[in-house]
Design a protein around this ligand. Structure first.
Ligand code: NAI
Length: 339
């Protein structure tokens, strides 16, 4: 029996999608697809064999990106949605939505300074998600992640569409950086380094747990302190090097594609898929916190909790909690003011 393929492009109406009886493979929607992260992220996702439909949405310039990507000979249909009026249509039927929409930092800016610009973007995406794909797994890249995730959670709660197991702030880039920098110091391949990074995604809230690094880190305390500082400030290193032309886009695209792939592997029922991400959590006094998570078909299968910490890491954790709590409080207040 031959099934029609779910072609969801600009020419397709929502009704066409709803009439599709059979779905081949998984659908990922990228919001902010024409941006510095969105484009390389979409390029990597186009090559992912688990994805059969890649839906690209941006307020502008999506058409060209989608046309370009659609010429790549991989078994993944690309569809394009452009302008605020098409956001919902781009999300219908998504298994995973990855959001890289919003302003990046310029030199001298903190992530918190992006809140005014990006909070409303995240809120509008959350509203559209609650209507169009309430069962999807949601991966928010948009900064400041520490505050954006609580905002999205509050908006989804107000729409009766919140499931804490399905909402993730993407902190994978911190893990990617930790693996890379530690591998230089350990003299091994980055892919052979395992290190949890917990907390949040800004400055000292990013806490790499070097004591649990595998292979074991044997450097001096001073070397370790420098490593932790470099991981925490790696985003700023890129912002400075790009000198006003954006923040980390290529490494973030790599990290985002890796995280989305892990979500899809979980959806497909693969066992032992573990990633760190910033989620609603009760492992600390902060209501949202990044720890290693076991992923499954419906998102978080199990929060694996805090790794063992040594004294230095305990002290760093104690210091970061008030910062994170403040970031979260700001998000909840912002959301409640606009709901
Ligand atoms: P960019 O400015 O190059 O691209 C952002 C895209 O979002 C643009 O194409 C813009 O048109 C689009 N956009 C703006 N408002 C939108 C809306 N309402 N709906 C849909 N699309 C919209 O920025 P870039 O470099 O791609 O960064 C995106 C975000 O990712 C920033 O907030 C940045 O700080 C964050 N980021 C997060 C990281 C993480 O580790 N979580 C790492 C690096 C950046």
């Amino acid at each position: 029996m031959k099934f029609s393929q779910p072609i969801l492009c600009k020419q397709c109406s929502l009704a066409n999608w709803e009439n599709v009886m059979f779905r081949r493979g998984l659908k990922v929607s990228v919001v902010g697809a024409a941006g510095g992260i969105g484009q390389p992220l979409s390029l990597l996702l186009k090559q992912n064999p688990l994805i059969k439909t890649l839906s690209l949405y941006d307020i502008t310039s999506t058409r060209g990106v989608a046309a370009d990507l659609s010429h790549i000979c991989s078994d993944c249909h690309v569809c394009s949605f452009e302008g605020a009026g098409q956001m919902k249509a781009s999300l219908v039927g998504a298994d995973v939505v990855v959001v890289a929409a919003g302003l990046p930092r310029k030199p001298g800016m903190t992530r918190d300074q992006l809140l005014d610009a990006n909070a409303s973007v995240a809120a509008s995406v959350a509203k559209a998600i609650s209507d169009a794909c309430p069962g999807a797994l949601l991966a928010f890249i948009t900064n400041p992640v520490n505050t954006i995730v609580p905002i999205v959670a509050e908006i989804l709660k107000s729409e009766d569409a919140y499931d804490p197991k399905r909402l993730f702030g993407v902190t994978t880039l911190d893990v990617v950086r930790a693996k890379t920098f530690l591998s230089d110091s350990l003299g091994v391949e980055p892919q052979d380094v395992n290190v949890p990074v917990i907390g949040g995604h800004a400055g000292t809230t990013i806490l790499p747990i070097i004591s649990q690094c595998n292979p074991k880190f044997e450097g001096s305390d001073e070397e370790r302190e420098q490593l932790v500082h470099r991981i925490q400030e790696a985003g700023t290193e890129v912002v400075k090097a790009k000198a006003g032309k954006g923040s980390a886009t290529l490494s973030m695209a790599f990290a985002g594609a890796h995280f989305v792939n892990s979500l899809l592997r979980g959806i497909n029922g693969e066992e032992l898929v573990i990633e760190c991400a910033y989620v609603e959590s009760d492992v600390s006094e902060a209501d949202y916190f990044s720890t290693p998570l076991l992923l499954g078909p419906k998102g978080i299968e199990e929060n694996l909790g805090l790794p063992d910490l040594d004294e230095i890491e305990e002290a760093a954790l104690e210091k970061l909690i008030p910062v994170l709590k403040k970031n979260i409080h700001t998000g909840v207040e912002y959301a409640q003011a606009i709901i």
